[in-house]
Design a protein around this ligand. Sequence first.
Ligand code: ZN
Length: 325
Amino acid sequence: MIVAAVLFGYTALLCTLMPRLLRGARWAERAPRLGIAVWQVLGVSSLAGAVMAGLALTVPTVRVSADLASMLQACVMALTAQYASPGGAAAGAAGAVLALAVLGRTAWCAGAAVLQIRRERRDHREVLDLVGRRDAVRGVVVLDHAEAAAYCVPGRHRRTVITTGALQALDDEQLTAVLAHEDAHQAERHDAVLTWAQTLARAFPRVPLFRTAETEIARLVEMRADDVAAARSGRLTTAAALLAVAGGRTPAAGLAAGGSTAAQRVRRLIEPHRPLNRARIAAGSLTAAAALALPLLVLGGPAAAAMQLNYCPDGTPPSQVTTMR
Ligand SMILES: [Zn+2]
């Protein structure tokens, strides 16, 4: 029961406290890739914590043995011990329901999200192929529209789209910055990152961690794409390019250069650039790795210890069988 309680406590802490601590963190703006990774790790770790807490309630641990018959007997004894009492059976059933519900809900929402996004992208590509014209030199699809907008439709049949309004508003350097921004979205698969964040937020809409992570990741992937563009064209040029296309609308299937966070990103680009130093990035990465590993260690520790115990011989009372809860 202690293992399950620790895992529940850990998951609750991640889901409620971490979004308050990390929302709008300045260090994440200085290292957007690390920020994205940390939010992803928190999401995966909280999911893993909930599932493993359910497993810890459901499945007792027995010593692993080469003697299959004896090990199976121990398994039966441990299960019998756990499920002999109404309380143990109820806890086991509740744990199984929790683990299956979390896994099933996540898988269902992920599948639905992937199907919806594929359909939206396919439909949008078909429209683009009808109304847009290919610019082979720039590798983009040009749309005749007065509104200055640029976006990409990610995936295997990717398209980078730019309007004639944007071509008129941007000079060559700014256009290079915008295209570098869109290339970064495609190269780093920001669409998949966003889809996963949206999946968790829709699967568990009442969990503050997932709601905040969706917003923060959407902000940070734009900042990361801005940084790639700025490395190529300069921060002021990228800021000017963002301003030019900030008002452009983006279809649901696309990732834009502008968007609702454009003003904040422009301000970030024109402020003095202070990237996070390597030591802090290493410390953040290690912390994220520890958060990812913690549920496994909490669950695996008692299991590993159980492997060292004297294996219960025939006739051992069920109460002496090690159980992992
Ligand atoms: Zn973008």
